[in-house]
Ligand binder design. Sequence first.
Ligand code: NAD
Length: 274
Amino acid sequence: MSSIPHLTLNDGHTIPQFGLGVFLMEPGETERIVSEALELGYRHIDTAAIYRNEAEVGAAIAKSGIPRDELFVTTKLWNSRQTDAHSAMRESLDKLGLDRVDLYLIHWPTPERNTFVQAWLDLEEIRSQGLATSIGVSNFMPEHLEKVLDQGSVVPAVNQIEVHPTLQQREAVAANEAHGIVTEAWSPLGRGKADDLTSPVVTGIADAVGRTPAQVLLRWHVQRGHVVFPKSSRRERLAENMRLFDFALDDAQVAALDGMEAGSRVGPDPRTFN
Ligand code: NAD
């Protein structure tokens, strides 16, 4: 949709700054929800092999009739396939019914396995073969990023990490910025579990700007230059979540949200998750 800005990645390709995440979406519901999102103007879908709904995402895309080059599709390499990325990529493409994805990510570093550098070298080949237009990583902390930068020849285009006001990951975001890597903020609403959506700071700003708490949180991410893809199964929330580009938070409101850091993780810690 024309009102959704695109960011330019370090490989020259562009990414819509806003999309739909489909984690924890039941396969039986995914096709309906993705279809509704596409009708509403969503053009960027974030899935993963482990979400077990790539086929339903692909079915919704096929039925939409939207030209392929107007869509941005991300999927991710699951941890147990880090030594087998070429086959895993082909399986994902088959399920999605696509001949390429726009972005392919290593889902987690799983440092104990010690295979993510090998996986990265395979993703570089996958990119060369045209099966993924851009490649990146997810949940990489600075020490994981350094290994890939040292031993690879392509700088990841994105690093998708958990970020919301109560978990800002400043060290990881700074490392991304230092290398020209776009930060994608997963669980941008704190998955509705952390205190972000109900915080008086957020609800107070929402009242002041005449928007919902979800829109305030998502706008905060957008103004930081991050990519977001909140998940919702409800059509009215899908519509609500994308109305972010016709208002702005002022410096004091951004500073108040910046002040919410509380170390509140909703997902695993990438340094120990294996
Ligand atoms: P989220 O922060 O997007 O929160 C989703 C939840 O927030 C919904 O289930 C609903 O309960 C609530 N919600 C949504 N819209 C709302 C609204 N307008 N008002 C009030 N409540 C609302 O959480 P998420 O799904 O974990 O993250 C988004 C996406 O990030 C995922 O779908 C997935 O694509 C990606 N992700 C990636 C990783 C990774 O390891 N790379 C991990 C988790 C999520």
